[in-house]
Design a binder for this molecule. Structure first.
Ligand SMILES: NC(=O)c1ccc[n+]([C@@H]2O[C@H](COP(=O)([O-])OP(=O)(O)OC[C@H]3O[C@@H](n4cnc5c(N)ncnc54)[C@H](O)[C@@H]3O)[C@@H](O)[C@H]2O)c1
Length: 358
């Protein structure tokens, strides 16, 4: 996301003044490489420095709660990468702290602002595929964190260890990748009511930079969700395989048709900006319709994360309500946390949280 924030069209609204990373030398090397004026090895020191108004938190998921809380306590607005926290209680605490201090708290992934998602909601409500019978979504972890090119890019040849992706809390595909599909699904169908699941660790040993990583987090989780009126969905977060066309989307089976990702009965759905889709392959093609993803950003990765950061910036500058809201992210945390509890106990869990679609 740093590359996006350094593109000149961002500068009138936001400038990167400091980088922080607890691994000694990493923030300094990145600051030097990208011309960022300040760097810190300690989050406490950065938030106390008076140099920043807002932070984008991109640390391991299991540390998000602590880091977002630290930023809010220092009076800073926060964008936090997925997933906001790893329990409903933590997410509630962050929501209440942000509200009490009048601060913006904006969690990724912002699936809910996509024009595609709004169109899906309309198509289902208008009965375009008849009565929706059930939905399927999810993503597999695969081995991509073991092979990401960026991991060889630490200062002085140091590698950036992905072990936390396979440890608790915060490890496993549910918090990391299935979270996109769960946001997308609930942005279309609204909040779920109950969850039940099976879950376990299928690949206990992984490999990175010539050594073994011992995985303790589940990498094989199958959830069943109840949306009421006998409308059910199935969500997977697994070590391999996928059931959906597009990363982070769902397939809806209706009595008169199928919506698979952003295609209805095989044809791309129409939505504002749909002419931009098809110009670029794969995951990136659906990012170009996002309002801040202008042409200079097309060649850069992780466009959706940049969009979410800029939504936080806009909310701060314009004093408006955030369109990507933490109550939605908390509900997805509830689904994952309650899913693990259902798998552990063998008992279907009633979800504790809800949210209203905006
Ligand atoms: N890897 C991806 O493809 C990807 C894509 C989109 C979003 N994300 C999200 O970005 C976040 C980070 O993922 P990543 O893959 O970059 O992880 P990573 O392990 O590569 O990087 C995390 C960084 O956080 C630093 N860190 C750890 N503890 C810290 C602390 N106490 N204070 C300051 N810095 C600390 C580490 O030193 C490391 O440099 C996660 O929320 C993830 O979901 C990752």
């Amino acid at each position: 996301v740093l590359a996006h924030l350094l593109v000149p069209d961002v500068a009138p609204r936001c400038t990167v003044t400091a980088l922080c990373d607890a691994a000694r030398g990493r923030a300094e090397a990145a600051a030097l490489a990208h011309g960022v004026p300040h760097h810190f090895d300690s989050l406490d020191e950065m938030v106390a420095s008076g140099l920043v108004d807002a932070v984008t938190v991109a640390t391991p998921i299991g540390l998000h709660y602590e880091h977002v809380r630290t930023c809010l306590a220092a009076g800073l607005h926060v964008h936090v990468n997925k997933t906001i926290a790893t329990s409903v209680d933590e997410a509630t605490d962050l929501i209440e702290r942000a509200r009490a201090h009048g601060l913006v708290l904006l969690p990724s992934p912002g699936e809910v602002i996509r024009p595609q998602v709004h169109r899906l909601r309309e198509l289902l409500a208008d009965g375009e595929i008849g009565t929706p019978a059930f939905a399927v979504c999810g993503s597999s972890h695969g081995r991509y964190h073991e092979t990401e090119a960026e991991r060889a890019a630490g200062p002085e040849g140091e590698v950036i260890d992905p072990s936390w992706y396979f440890l608790r809390p915060g490890g496993g595909p549910m918090w990391d990748v299935t979270v996109y599909a769960l946001h997308n699904l609930t942005a279309v169908l609204g909040p779920a009511r109950r969850v039940t699941a099976l879950s376990g660790c299928r690949i206990p040993i992984r490999h990175f930079a010539g050594r073994e990583l011992v995985a303790e987090a589940d990498d094989s989780t199958l959830l069943l969700l109840d949306f009421g009126d006998s409308l059910f969905a199935f969500a997977h977060g697994t070590a391999a395989g996928t059931l959906t066309r597009d990363f982070g989307t769902a397939t809806y089976f209706g009595t008169a048709g199928i919506i698979d990702g952003y295609r209805m009965n095989g044809e791309l759905i129409d939505f504002p900006g749909s002419e931009l889709v098809g110009q670029s392959p794969g995951w990136d093609e659906h990012q170009r319709v996002l309002p801040h993803v202008t042409e200079p950003h097309w060649a850069l990765a992780e466009q959706h994360v940049f969009e979410d950061v800029m939504q936080m910036v806009d909310a701060v500058l314009e004093g408006r309500e955030v369109p990507i809201f933490a109550e939605h992210a908390r509900h997805v945390v509830d689904i994952i946390e309650s899913g693990y509890e259902a798998a552990r106990t063998g008992v279907t869990q009633l979800l504790r949280t809800t949210f209203e679609l905006r």
